[in-house]
Every structure is written in C-alpha cells, then in structure tokens.
Design a protein around this ligand. Structure first.
Ligand code: UFG
Length: 346
C-alpha cells in the first residue's frame, strides 16, 4: 500500500515509517522539521530504496499535499503531525489550535481533492481529562472533559473527522477513519536505529534516563500526595512499536472492511505504573542511582490514567506485546546510551 505519514520525522511518526517500510509498503513522509529530525528519515532511507519519499512540508499545505497524494497514489494517511506538550498548550493555546486543528483541516481538504478516504488519527487519552475513579481503567465511552488545550484539540479533531467521514459517506465517496487514543507512549525501536529526542525533554522515562546518564543533576517527582499506593501518579506506558502495530492493524482492518463509521480505540497495556516504579525501573536497567527530589504536583496531572483496551483487542486483535516495564525502559536506554545528544551527534 502507499501511505502518507505526517510528522514522519518525529518520535512516533518515524517508528511508523520504519514499520511500514519493513512490511513492504511505500511511504511518503512529510514533516515541517520544526520538531522532527531529518536524521531519523536519513537513518531509514538506507534500508528503504525508492519506497521512501520525504518532503519537508506542513500538513496545512493543501495544494502541495494533494499533488503528493496524487503523484504517489496514496490510499491511506497516518496523521501524527501535531504539537503534543500539555503545559505548552496551556501557555500558547492559539499555536495549538492553529497547528493541530487549522493545519489538520488543510490535510483533510487535500484528502478530499486527491480522493483519499482512509485515515488513522493520533488521538490521546488527554481527551478524557481527569476521569472519576469509577471510570478507571478507562473505556472509550468514558466522559470526555479535556483539561488542556492540547487534549481539546485532539477531541475537536476527532469530531471534525466524524463530520468529514459522514459528509464523504453521504456523497458516496470512500471513507474509513480510525482514531487511536494513545496513553503514555514510551521506548524505542529495538534495532537501535530510532529514538526519542525532544527539546526540551519533559517526559518521565527520558528525563529519568538523562538523570542516569548524568545529563541532568537528578530529577523531580511532581506530586507525592496522590491517592495512589505510593503517592505518585500512575500512567499506562505503552511501547512505541506496539502502538504502531495498532495503526497497521487499523489500516488493514479498514482495507478489508471498506467504508465504516469512525471508530476510536484506547491504546495502552491496560495497567499502570507509578512515577516511583518508573524511576526504580530506570535505576535497575541503567544500574545508576541518581538523586530524586519531591516537588509539588504539576497542574493538570491526573492521579491515575490507564486503559481498558478490550475494544481494540476485540475489533483489531491488538494487544500490547511488550508489557514489562524494564523492557520498555531498556529499549530507550540502549538508544540514549549510544546517542547521548540525540540525533544531532549521529
Ligand atoms: N513526571 C515527573 N517528573 C518528571 C516528568 C514527569 O514526576 O520530570 C511525572 C508527571 O507529573 C506525570 C508522569 O510523570 O505524573 C508522566 O508524565 P509525562 O510528562 O511523561 O507524561 P504525561 O502523562 O504528562 O503526558 C502524556 C503524553 C501527553 C498526553 C498525556 C495525557 O505525553 O501527550 O499523557 O495525560 F496528553
């Protein structure tokens, strides 16, 4: 198949490009390189021959994308490109609405012009906000009350996709949409080609690994008074390769089943680890002890978020394969040790 991957040079998008190439597909990757890394694409090009095309482009460049989709006979879009930092979205909401919503609409217009109706969207558990205890583990029908502009943009784009799909269906145009609500994506490609490289890094596992590597002077635990067994926040850490497998299954399912109403699925391993458990894992995997200080809660951080993923198991046969926290952490540790300065120095 021929797949357009937006955000193809980013952490998650590059892992999708790798998997699709490995499966024998042809990939057109676009990225505006504002956050993505050209080096990630270069690392994949060596193995891809002419099955990988990269263009520095943003998802809002409708005419250009329409041409790209037509030229390469694209049949499916994986839409990863987005700003995805919760705290930043609170400080700069307009940037988030412009990038995640307005630019995304440009992409859908290009799909219309090029006649592309199969679409997999990177949504987020941030669409749920702070679920009440009775909704843990979180099912797809849990009330949606995002507490950040980031989460709101993901929920709004889900609604836009639903309206887009209905309009295409009414016009007898082919359409099939899957929306995957990611929990905490972690780890790296276990062949060691791709990694996670954000600037600044704020995510728990890479922050702790940077502390183990001596790149930072220890780290903070944000909140030790949550109503959880050890007082720290609990999250569902899903390995990036498992996450991408869900996209591939969604694409194959949509191809087999033709037109369908948009479906949303939670993508998580189905249980949670506390911040302290993650730090313990990083200490075990790296064999390095590093200083940890207790700090107040980060605003907008829910106490517990983990998925009930039964729906995606039932419909797509997906289940996380890498469920051992140390294995997830180790995959990230291997890459970070070899790339202490991220992609820059490769
Ligand atoms: N944490 C620390 N210290 C750190 C970094 C994080 O204690 O230095 C804590 C956070 O407070 C949180 C947990 O570790 O309790 C996980 O934090 P991350 O920043 O790694 O991830 P989040 O759960 O905040 O964010 C993730 C995704 C977002 C998504 C969000 C939904 O990265 O894209 O889940 O809540 F929106």
């Amino acid at each position: 198949m021929n797949i357009l991957v937006t955000g193809g040079a980013g952490y998650i998008g590059s892992h999708a490009v790798q998997r699709l190439l490995r499966d024998g597909h042809t990939v057109v990757a676009i990225d505006d390189l504002s956050l993505g890394h050209r080096e990630a694409i270069d690392a994949l090009t060596d193995h891809a021959g002419d099955r990988l095309v990269f263009e520095k482009a943003s998802v809002g460049e409708t005419t250009r994308l329409e041409t790209l989709m037509g030229d390469h006979d694209i049949d499916t879009v994986f839409h990863f490109a987005a700003f995805a930092s919760v705290g930043e979205s609170v400080a700069e909401p307009l940037r988030y609405y412009r990038n995640n919503i307005a630019e995304g609409i440009g992409l859908l217009e290009a799909c219309n012009h090029a006649g592309v109706g199969r679409f997999v969207f990177s949504s987020s558990c941030a669409t749920y906000g702070e679920p009440a205890d009775e909704h843990i583990p979180i099912r797809e029908n849990c009330p949606k009350n995002p507490v950040s502009p980031y989460g709101q943009t993901k929920l709004d784009f889900e609604r836009i996709l639903e309206a887009w799909a209905e309009a295409r269906r009414n016009a007898d145009e082919p359409v099939a949409v899957t929306m995957l609500r990611y929990f905490n994506v972690a780890g790296c490609d276990r062949t060691g080609i791709l990694g996670e490289d954000h600037d600044p890094e704020t995510h728990l596992i890479p922050v702790a690994l940077e502390a183990a590597l001596g790149k930072r002077d220890g780290m903070a635990i944000f909140g030790t008074d949550y109503p959880t067994p050890d007082g720290t926040a609990v999250r569902d850490y899903v390995h990036v390769e498992d996450l991408i497998d869900a996209h591939v299954r969604a694409m194959e399912h949509m191809q087999r089943n033709g037109a369908s109403t948009p479906k949303a699925y939670n993508i998580g391993i189905g249980n949670g680890h506390s911040v302290r458990e993650v730090i313990d894992s990083v200490r075990r995997v790296s064999s390095v002890d590093f200083p940890v200080r207790d700090e107040p809660r980060r605003s907008g951080d829910p106490a517990r978020l983990y998925a009930d993923s039964n729906l995606v198991t039932r419909d797509l046969g997906w289940k996380a394969q890498i469920t051992d926290l140390d294995a997830i952490v180790d995959s990230a540790w291997q890459w970070m040790q070899r790339h202490p300065n991220g992609y820059e120095a490769t």
